[in-house]
Design a binder for this molecule. Sequence first.
Ligand SMILES: Cc1ncc(COP(=O)(O)O)c(C=O)c1O
Length: 402
Amino acid sequence: MSSDGSSPVASKMQGFLKRSSWIRKMFEEGLRLKAKYGAENICDLSLGNPDLAPPHVFQKALEAKAMDRSAGVHAYMPNAGLADVRARVAEHAGRDHGVGLGADEIVMTCGAAGGLNIIFKSLLDPGDEVITPRPFFVEYSFYVDNHEGRLVPVDSARGFSLDVNAIKRAMTQKTKAILINSPNNPSGAVYSEDSLKALAGMLKEAEGLCGRRVFLVSDEPYRRIVFDGKSAPAVLRHYEASIVATSFSKDLSIPGERIGYVAVHPDVPQKKALVGALNLANRILGFVNAPALMQRVVAEVIDTAVDIKIYERRRDLLAGILSDAGYEFVMPQGAFYFFPRSPISDDVKFVSMLQDELILAVPGSGFGLPGHFRLAFCMDEKVIERSRAGFMAAMKKANGSV
Ligand SMILES: Cc1ncc(COP(=O)(O)O)c(C=O)c1O
């Protein structure tokens, strides 16, 4: 029975719609501003939609694969994906993570979002808890709820780094998984090797004490977008009960193509059962399998990524603008977001003050951490440069000096 008798929409879904209504409102306000002032006059820093063109080799591989007329090229396939593609992905991911991976440890997915959903479908019983550090990607609570679990956000440590003690304190008999995201959306934090080691150590100790295995789920669509010549430490190296969900959405700039993969640790407990569950989840959630053409294309270009230096330049430009205007922020080490502190405690109000200056941003409340706001820098440098005066003006107004 829905809460609103006249609505065909389930009451739970009505609640979700209400919860995300401010996102819709903001989006609509953005459209209104663009219509009123012209899109070219609005600094839209609200969306994590990469603007860079995919690498040239991607386009070439796509054209070549599209010409393939062999029998069965468009047929159904195993739910995990094409065997030769999985072998290629396993070789690449194994090298990257410093563990030996085989094709049977890879499931091709409809993006990282599809990957997370098959993981939670496979792991969660009703009421199981998934702990995640805040701020966190807004969709996590929906993905966990899709599979009858409960998301349990915990505080991060200084600079949005991993607070292993906070995670430990939040663990209960119902904790089934820890969900981490590094490089992080929205904070841009990259978790250090030491913090991953400490997390793995804590989880092993917890298992030793109470015989309960807690899975580590690592959401890594920004893994290859790391700045200052650094790289993101690998989770699989530290903990056997770990599962990675990732995609090519950001590093190849192809989020609309819905292609990614899940990699399970080669020594993950009950591997056969787990991989079988992931495959079935791909099927029964209605994904069936990841898009065939895209599987073939990404396997060809898997060692390629967009030019990260472009994002790094934009990060530096926006950091300069924010510093000059007096905003407090942690310098992002990866991904393409800033998560500055709002100069007034009401982040939703401050985002609307930015809108008055024709800048679109997202309130931190949407990421489980009010008092902040998120800015994306996956847009042209001209757009970022144009935001300078608006950031200054909004800060002055927030300080009551205008
Ligand atoms: C942290 C995080 N996880 C998952 C996703 C979903 O990625 P995909 O488009 O590959 O499904 C996103 C997309 O923005 C993201 O930021």
